[in-house]
Design a protein around this ligand. Structure first.
Ligand code: SF4
Length: 202
């Protein structure tokens, strides 16, 4: 029997599989922390919970150096354009985790000033329930995102992000045409979307 030489071995795989394996194990988180959920996030990053076990310890406060945004807290309508700008500036491909009920649905703040869910203005990949969610729940959210990344095709993510950029261009056109602020443009785009029966502007 001839001996198997490891140098002659050939490994075959799909490009999507190998790229997604790299992506899911090297997520760089960016906390968009505006309220109490951000405190739980600090806990998740600490040595006790240790997000480094999932390859996601390289936390950055610069959108250009991160690809996983965690929205932690109540987002007001005034903050919505900022959230969209930060998301637009993040490195591609990028993913979003909505942490806690405030970010996911406005939570207890059922008021005209609070955005009733960030998924109205940016694409969300995973929702973590709770008020606040425990660090374990956030870690579970990161694990669910890893599962999602593992299954998606490269072109799917690209199209997903492209739709957001189209809506950003529409928003800027709206601002220029009507002479309104970004906040007003988003509010009117949401109202138009609601008339069409859509819950989001992208
Ligand atoms: S979900 Fe609860 S803990 Fe999180 S920001 Fe809202 S009020 Fe604070």
């Amino acid at each position: 029997m001839s001996e198997l030489n490891i140098n002659d071995a050939v490994l075959t795989t799909r490009l999507d599989a190998v790229v997604n394996w790299g992506r899911k194990n090297s997520l760089w988180p960016m906390p968009f922390g505006v309220a109490c959920c951000a405190i739980e996030f600090m806990s998740m990053m600490s040595s006790k919970y240790d997000l480094a076990r999932f390859g996601a310890e390289a936390m950055r406060f610069s959108p250009r150096q991160s690809d996983m945004m965690l929205v932690l807290g109540t987002i007001t309508n005034k903050m919505a354009p900022v959230l969209r700008t930060i998301y637009a500036q993040m490195a591609e491909p990028k993913w979003v985790i909505s942490v806690g009920v405030c970010a996911s649905s406005g939570g207890m703040y059922r008021t005209y000033a609070t955005l009733q869910g960030i998924d109205r203005v940016i694409p969300v990949d995973v929702y973590v329930p709770g008020c606040p969610p425990r660090p374990e729940s956030m870690i579970y959210g990161v694990m669910k995102l890893q599962e999602k990344i593992e299954k998606e095709s490269l072109s799917m993510r690209k199209d997903h992000i492209a739709r957001f950029y189209e809506s950003l261009a529409q928003q800027e056109a709206y601002e220029a045409a009507k002479g309104v602020t970004a906040q007003q443009a988003i509010r009117e785009m949401l109202a138009d979307a609601a008339e069409r029966g859509a819950g989001t502007i992208f």
